[in-house]
Design a protein around this ligand. Structure first.
Ligand SMILES: Cc1ncc(COP(=O)(O)O)c(C=O)c1O
Ligand SMILES: [Zn+2]
Length: 453
């Protein structure tokens, strides 16, 4: 059972009166970060943010807390528009205290792309895609890595270790290299192959495990216990989520400080959706955001859907999913540590959790590319498969404004599309070219990509 908050709020809501964090007196010089302390997402135990921390003594993730009253007093959100287009524009709400500690490869401010043809096809007023595939290393994982690695460097950490489904490892390896931090990465053999090369070229110590992310996690736990690595596993350090939170801040700013009706997100470990919810709650707390929150939808694959099962059963915690397997490899997380936080994000906003099959994921990936020109990753495609179904079921209304997160570039997953174009001998004409010239423009059909099955 999720421990109820003493003040009745969500585990992600900052406490309304925290007493311990000094507010910035009016006129005091502004700070780069307004980080005040860490707080357990379950039992609300407070921890010092300026020493290295892992999980709470109760085993739950720690969340970064900020002096939000001071931020709202010091920061005019309209003035953010003149800042550089990177996630560091929200530095007051990020945990890195010194500007010199920032580690950046230019992450943030990804495009919010309208998808008018798909919207018309599915009967939705507005359908937008926040395209995270354009970030360094090709996925949204760059956000968590940039902030997590920068804060690790600030705290004097020289070696980090993490299990990964591939993309997070690639991102953390890149940012660790830039920060001069050693990285040990362990990923399942079935993780996207390109991510091995990304880790290796950045100089990470890389191992594959013949198993799933939990098996990689067990190996990392051993290295943390015996070899002095800091554990950078999902939600076992408090700062990755802060980087991912910027997806929510950016979306809100890009819509002109307005929120959509529905946000659809592919949830594995859940850091992305938890981060977006945390951002929205912090904006509420600062008085930046009034009115209704967007309904948050957690999308999983039917081959690994522990959160969907818990949501359907009305449970507060998920149970481990047996024999997990899906083409959307990033969301193959049989037992997420932040299960209760994901469920809280969904329930706290009147959202839902939905599972979609691999067949529908691949069909949606092909449809988005063919109709809107975007080659998205299978995890992102899961969102579109979910949107199509939720619209058919009436859960998404015709007047809704819907934002889907494409969490990565499709080009990182070449195996999701099989194509066999005809090979022509050098010096030859196109088949039927002569006849076509004589007959007019209609020639043989063009080669079409087939979704892999
Ligand atoms: C492309 C992609 N999308 C989504 C996810 C899910 O991430 P999370 O639920 O931890 O935010 C992952 C995780 O590996 C991923 O690689
Ligand atoms: Zn706790």
């Amino acid at each position: 059972m999720t421990a109820p908050r003493r003040d009745g709020g969500s585990p992600l809501t900052p406490p309304r009166r925290d007493g311990g964090s000094p507010l910035t007196p009016p006129g005091r010089e502004s700070r780069f970060s307004y980080l005040s302390h860490l707080e357990c997402g379950r039992c609300q135990q407070r921890y010092d943010a300026d020493v290295r921390q892992g999980l709470c003594a109760c085993g739950s993730p720690l969340l970064a807390r900020y002096d939000l009253r001071a931020v709202s007093a010091q920061v005019d959100r309209a003035a953010l528009a003149s800042r550089a287009p990177s996630l560091w524009r929200y530095h007051e709400l990020l945990p890195v205290r010194q500007p010199a500690m920032v580690v950046t490869l230019g992450e943030g401010m990804t495009p919010l792309v309208p998808l008018p043809r798909l919207a018309a096809e599915w009967g939705i007023a507005d359908l937008l895609m926040k395209d995270e595939g354009l970030l360094p290393t090709g996925t949204f994982k760059a956000r968590g890595a940039a902030v997590g690695v920068a804060r690790a460097r600030e705290l004097g950490i020289g070696r980090i270790a993490m299990p990964t489904n591939g993309n997070a490892g690639a991102a953390w390896a890149a940012y660790a290299a830039r920060a001069g931090i050693e990285a040990l990465i362990v990923m399942p053999v079935s993780a996207p192959e390109i991510t091995r090369a990304e880790c290796a070229i950045a100089g990470a110590r890389l191992y594959l495990v013949d198993g799933l992310i939990g098996d990689a996690g067990a190996i990392v736990a051993g290295a943390v216990a015996t070899q002095g690595y800091a554990d950078a596993s999902t939600l076992k350090e408090p700062y990755r989520i802060e980087g991912k939170k910027t997806m929510g801040l950016e979306l809100y700013e890009q819509l002109g400080w307005r929120v959509p009706d529905v946000i659809v997100y592919p949830a594995g470990g859940g850091v992305g959706i938890i981060g977006i919810y945390k951002a929205l709650l912090e904006c509420q707390e600062m008085g930046w955001l009034g009115g209704k929150l967007p309904r948050l939808v957690a999308v999983q694959a039917s081959g690994c859907a522990p959160i969907v099962r818990a949501w359907e059963e009305g449970a507060d915690r998920a149970q481990p999913w047996q024999n997990a397997a899906t083409v959307a490899f990033g969301i193959t997380v049989p037992m997420p540590l932040g299960d209760f936080l994901i469920l809280d994000a969904v329930r706290g906003t009147g959202g839902c959790a939905i599972a979609v099959s691999d067949e529908h994921i691949l069909a949606a990936q092909a449809r988005v590319a063919a109709v809107e020109g975007a080659f998205i990753c299978p995890e992102g495609a899961a969102c579109f498969a979910a949107i199509e179904r939720l619209r058919k079921d009436g859960w998404i209304g015709g007047d809704d404004e819907v934002v889907a997160f494409n969490t990565g570039a499709g080009i990182k997953y070449p195996q999701t599309v099989r194509v066999r174009p005809p090979v022509l001998p050098a010096g030859s004409d196109l088949p039927g070219a002569r006849a076509k010239t004589a007959r007019g423009p209609s020639g043989p059909p063009r080669t079409r990509a087939q979704p892999a099955s």
